[in-house]
Design a protein around this ligand. Structure first.
Ligand SMILES: *[C@@H]1O[C@H](CO)[C@@H](O)[C@H](O)[C@H]1NC(C)=O
Ligand SMILES: *[C@@H]1O[C@H](CO)[C@@H](O)[C@H](O)[C@H]1NC(C)=O
Ligand SMILES: *[C@@H]1O[C@H](CO)[C@@H](O)[C@H](O)[C@H]1NC(C)=O
Length: 163
């Protein structure tokens, strides 16, 4: 599609194609990675919320351990946690574009990816903060990062065992 656009237009160059491709790769990986990491951090910090997420995913995995779109859509509380984490720590806090008309963004795939990864981690591990890394300091490199990294402790949990 980009090549077609560039062939039709004089102000969409090869460099623009490369830049758009990089944006896609960044948008598809780095932002999802950051979203997962920050959500895990906040779930480690708020153990009672983590317990609610675990209850939700345990009941879903008990019903069907083969995750399909139905199971992922049922992870409603986890989705709320993801959205709250993204509000507190937006993966991509700045977008250097000005829209000329309203656009409906294709975010759903990213949410599904994050649900698969976080629910799989929480199915097997209880996560907690790793002192003294209790607070986040943000740094900004196109996507949002934690300045000193995100440090968490993972403890194996057995199925059905609460925190
Ligand atoms: C490019 O131009 C052709 C011929 O005018 C048109 O059919 C096509 O839809 C255009 N493509 C884009 C992406 O604008
Ligand atoms: C999960 O899906 C795989 C592949 O479709 C299938 O072989 C397996 O039997 C399923 N397991 C359960 C528990 O439904
Ligand atoms: C984290 O932040 C809280 C609240 O501001 C503060 O009380 C605590 O000392 C901080 N922890 C560390 C390790 O800096």
């Amino acid at each position: 599609m980009f090549i077609e656009i560039s062939e039709n237009s004089t102000d969409f160059t090869d460099d623009d194609i490369i830049n758009e491709a990089i944006t896609f790769m960044l948008a598809g990986q780095d932002s999802v990675g950051a979203g997962i990491a920050f959500t895990l951090f906040y779930l480690a910090k708020h153990v009672e919320i983590q317990m609610k997420v675990i209850q939700e995913i345990d009941s879903i995995y008990e019903r069907n351990s083969n995750l399909s779109i139905t199971e992922l859509n049922d992870m409603i509380f986890l989705e709320q946690c993801l959205k709250e984490s993204l509000r507190l720590a937006p993966s991509v806090p700045i977008i250097s574009r000005v829209l000329t008309e309203d656009v409906v963004l294709g975010f759903k795939f990213a949410i599904l990816e994050m649900k698969v990864i976080i629910s799989t981690i929480l199915r097997y591990y209880k996560i907690s903060l790793a002192p003294p890394h209790e607070n986040l300091t943000f740094s900004y490199k196109t996507t949002l990062k934690a300045k000193d990294g995100i440090w968490l402790c993972l403890k194996p949990r057995h199925k059905g065992m609460s925190i």
